[in-house]
Design a protein around this ligand. Structure first.
Ligand code: PGA
Length: 251
């Protein structure tokens, strides 16, 4: 039995005041009080404030990225130890915006995955193909490669304490959602890939769907047998919309 997880990825939006208001609204709406586990992933600089406001309200905290290095001379970076220190329990690694805009490759993403786990953080490993890759039939190869590199570097046992998010690049922020059937197909592919190494770990692995999840399509996506929740961008910035998505992930 996998407990659904809904993660709000706030990306680089909002001010301190707006972020505070958003989490206050989520607390008031009891967004984390349903059956699904709920976390928000604000920008680094707001993490402490959001942790303070969400404290005790069953809304967990994640970061959007982490440095692969432990500490030291890495100007501008934020370590896994620092994220754990301010109350994060999750961190997104390998988001497609990090891969495409900031040049992160599979090897770096795998190192970030390992760095997160070293400090007790649960990595949310993002994978997903571009539109061109989907149209050329390369989706299975791309998604498999993205999973395999982390499997090779971290080992299958590491997936017992991890979450995978399937985020087709063509669905992120575009309003174009993968159909429930398309999501299920790729989620089953990912689970099968892990199962080839360890069936028990694969059966307990939570695989989230991300890419234009909204209140209007969440229930249909979450009803798929291998979809265990969502990684929600734009719709996580509206408290009511996000709370409805969280409720849709509950039992
Ligand atoms: P979106 O973003 O819900 O706005 O498509 C999802 C994500 O990038 O995590």
């Amino acid at each position: 039995m996998r407990r659904a997880l809904v993660a709000g990825n706030w990306k680089m939006h909002g001010s301190l005041a707006e972020s505070g208001r958003l989490v206050d609204e989520l607390v008031a709406l009891r967004a984390g009080a349903g059956g699904a586990e709920v976390i928000v992933c604000p920008p680094f600089v707001y993490l402490s404030e959001i942790a303070r406001r969400a404290g005790g309200a069953a809304i967990g905290l994640g970061a959007q990225d982490v440095c692969a290095e432990e500490s030291g001379a890495h100007t501008g970076e934020v370590s896994a130890a620092m994220l754990a220190d301010v109350g994060c329990s999750y961190v997104i690694v390998g988001h497609s915006e990090r891969r495409s805009l900031y040049g992160e490759d599979d090897a770096l993403v795998a190192r970030k995955f390992v760095a997160a786990q070293r400090h007790g953080l649960v990595p949310i490993l993002c994978v997903g193909e571009s539109l061109a890759e989907r149209e050329s039939g390369a989706m299975p190869a791309v998604v498999t490669r993205q999973v395999d590199v982390v499997l090779q570097v971290a080992g299958v046992a590491a997936f017992a304490g991890a979450v995978v998010a399937y985020e087709p690049v063509w669905a992120i922020g575009t309003g174009r959602t993968a159909s429930a059937g398309q999501a299920q197909e790729v989620h089953a592919l990912i689970r099968g890939r892990i199962a080839a190494s360890d069936a028990t770990i694969a059966a307990s692995l939570r695989i989230l769907y991300g890419g234009s999840v909204k209140a209007a399509n969440a229930a249909e996506l979450f009803a798929m047998p291998d979809v265990d929740g969502g990684l929600v961008g734009g719709a996580s910035l509206q408290a009511g919309e996000f709370a409805t998505i969280c409720a849709a992930a509950g039992p």
